[in-house]
Design a protein. Structure first.
Length: 683
């Protein structure tokens, strides 16, 4: 059944019971159930489907329990519309062929609770009653009652429906009429049915068709309800006077085991009643019992599982975005100890036109390619707005993804309902260039960067190079980007950062930058003026010196030869970066040479030796010899700072007179000099 609810409908509901906590089943069913329904003007109508409107976004669902609790100590009885779901000619004959007899015991297919006791066997009687206490088969089953006695009726623990003096030896149509039993339905909602079809009233057989009665007793498994359906019943005084007053036989009711309780249908206890023509009637005996205290109602969404449980209240307000099935589950234990799981569903149909998203991408794309996403809807005229996850607000959305992306559109219709649909744009499998090389260098240091892409067929660097390997010399921290074209036609890029450490600044001041060698010594002081240096190395450029280098910040160096000397300062900072600077030093040697013409070696401390002196003489290229007037060698030296003390080589004093000297040397500027002359030795 499908019912469309108007927009103004107040919601959904179904009451649990007419009498709180007391079982009061709906007409037409006596099986436990839980149901949901729509409340219209205060009346609950069971419903399976409802059309949801977004203009009325709250739907109220309410459960209706039809179930009994754990007690059957007393009953209420009331009339119900005739309409047994069970045919009067169904079932198996119980072989009731003798008058006033108990028939063979019949096993019940389920546990049945009757006046607080559980029974599994029924004992049919030939006079329209069922005993739940043992009755020997074939024993006497009389019809009688004593209005003032306890028990009032001769047989206790019985269902009477209709208890009267009938004679199963006579049927209106013996070929088809009979007393039968049947089990109908499926567990846990089975029914045990006793059918009395056209059974003759005792002593009235042969007096016309009206004297053959038809009725039915039903025992329900789940609820322990008892029903009596009467299609035809003619009554009169019994011919054998079986009752106390001998008239108006016929009882519809129940009596407990001790006879202390009877529940009789109103007007159906020996009052001369009849059911004739089409005035059929039915009675329902319902246990008066609270609902199971341990019973539990649970609502679920779409499926029954712990993950979809919504709550346990009788009422459930819902506001679904899409068509949703809500399931009400009621679990309880009845008076017979049977456990039940009752389920019912209602489908809330949300009226949202379907939409699809058409994706222009034909398979996978390269990063940055243009893709159009279009919303198609057969009821596009009802669309009020579009909202894409990309921010677009039109039916067409242009995207250029760099990575695989799922795009979602939410469409709002004129009834304020929304529909959502997604479409994915997938990027082709990509391989990005792997760049290797030094990542940290000092300023001005050359770097080799190598890009590798397995599927790459060409490369383009931001330096302009088109090879996979490049050589660069960055002076500042620099990003190098390479774009690789892959075999699938896509391009991918990777960036590599070369961090550049600043170099120290080498700087010094020579003091003086021009020096004259005096007495063979020309000293220059080098004053350090570098920045960020932690170590120093000096090369004075002096090939004549054995001590040509220094590690001091501000060293000094002695030059002995004239010339231009390239002094190099090399400094290093804490990062190991190096800087160098050079400065050319000019060294000059002034040349002069003095040769005395006489000397007095008398040890008076004045002019005691012959010692020519000068500047600019190469000490390694010097020779001086002295001869007497006869050419005899008196003195020879190769040291420019040596002197002659006026003695022979054996230490003898030379006589007074003139002596010849010959002096040969090379100046520090490389000029060859030769001096000859005489010197007078005076005493």
């Amino acid at each position: 059944m499908t019912i469309s609810a108007p927009t103004s409908a107040p919601g959904w509901a179904a009451t649990i019971s007419c009498v709180p906590d007391i079982f009061n089943p709906e007409d037409g069913t006596a099986c436990p159930e839980v149901s949901v329904g729509q409340v219209i003007n205060g009346t609950i109508t069971k419903i399976d489907t409802v059309q949801f409107s977004c203009d009325n976004p709250i739907v109220m669902l309410e459960a209706n329990y039809v179930a009994t609790g754990q007690y059957t100590n007393d009953y209420m009885v009331y009339s119900i519309p005739f309409g047994s779901p069970f045919a009067f000619n169904s079932g198996t004959s119980i072989s009731a062929t003798a008058d006033d007899n108990w028939v063979t015991a019949v096993p019940l297919p389920f546990n049945f609770s009757f006046f607080g006791q559980i029974y599994t066997t029924a004992y049919p009687g030939a006079n329209g009653l069922i005993s739940l206490s043992p009755q020997p088969s074939g024993s006497f089953c009389k019809f009688s009652y004593i209005p003032t006695a306890i028990p009032k009726y001769n047989y206790q623990n019985c269902i009477y429906g209709v208890y009267e003096d009938i004679d199963p030896r006579y049927y209106l149509n013996p070929a088809v009429d009979d007393i039968r039993m049947d089990v109908l339905g499926t567990s846990p909602c089975r029914a045990f049915v006793f059918n009395y079809l056209n059974v003759g009233l005792f002593g009235k057989q042969g007096q016309g068709n009206d004297w053959y009665n038809t009725y039915q007793m039903v025992m329900y498994e789940g609820t322990n309800i008892i029903e009596v359906h009467i299609k035809h019943r003619k009554c009169c005084a019994s011919t054998n006077g079986g009752s106390t007053n001998g008239t108006n036989e016929g009882i519809v009711g129940l009596q407990n085991l001790s006879g202390s309780q009877e529940v009789i249908a109103p007007g159906r206890g020996m009052t001369g009643w009849e059911v004739l023509g089409t005035n059929y009637e039915a009675w329902r005996f319902v246990p008066i019992t609270p609902l199971d205290e341990q019973g539990e109602l649970t609502w679920y969404e779409n499926t029954v599982s712990p993950a979809t449980a919504l709550g346990h209240n009788k009422k459930l307000p819902v506001s679904p975005d899409t068509t949703t099935r809500y399931i009400a589950e009621y679990t309880f234990t009845n008076a017979a100890g049977d456990e039940f799981q009752l389920l019912d569903t209602v489908l809330v149909v949300v009226d949202i036109p379907s939409i699809i998203v058409v994706n222009s991408a034909n398979g996978e794309i390269c990063p940055g390619d243009s893709v159009y996403l279009d919303v198609n809807c057969q009821e596009a005229n009802r669309i009020v707005s579009y909202e894409w996850s990309s921010g677009a607000t039109e039916s067409r959305c242009l995207v250029k993804p760099d990575v695989s992306t799922n795009y979602t559109v939410t469409v709002t219709f004129d009834n304020r309902c929304t529909a959502t649909m997604s479409s994915s744009v997938t990027i082709k499998p990509l391989e990005y260039p792997q760049i290797t090389g030094d990542s940290v260098v000092c300023q001005g240091h050359p770097v080799t960067l190598n890009a590798v892409t397995i599927d790459g067929i060409s490369y383009q660097w931001n330096t302009g190079a088109v090879t996979s390997t490049i050589h660069v010399t960055p002076f500042d921290t620099t990003e190098y980007t390479v774009t690789s074209t892959l075999q699938n036609g896509c391009t991918t890029s990777s960036t590599y950062v070369v961090n550049v450490w600043a170099n120290p600044m080498a700087s010094f001041i020579p003091d003086p930058p021009l020096v004259y060698v005096e007495n063979g010594v020309g000293t220059v002081n080098f004053n350090d003026n570098s920045m960020d240096a932690i170590t120093w190395h000096w090369n004075f450029g002096d090939q004549y010196s054995l001590d040509n280098t220094s590690m001091l910040p501000s060293p000094s160096h002695i030059y002995t030869h004239p010339g231009f000397f390239n002094v190099v300062q090399t400094v290093k900072n804490e990062n190991g970066c190096v800087d160098s600077v050079s400065y050319r030093i000019t060294v000059e040697v002034p040349f002069f040479y003095y040769i005395p013409n006489a000397f007095t070696p008398n040890n008076d401390g004045v002019n005691d030796v012959f010692a020519p002196k000068g500047e600019g003489v190469d000490p390694d290229k010097f020779e001086m010899t002295l001869y007497d007037r006869f050419g005899k060698l008196m003195f020879r030296t190769r040291t420019p700072y040596d002197y002659w003390d006026g003695k022979t080589s054996t230490g003898q004093l030379c006589p007074l007179g003139a002596y010849v000297y010959v002096i040969n040397f090379t100046t520090l500027d490389g000029e060859v000099k030769e001096y000859t002359g005489t010197v007078t030795l005076v005493r």
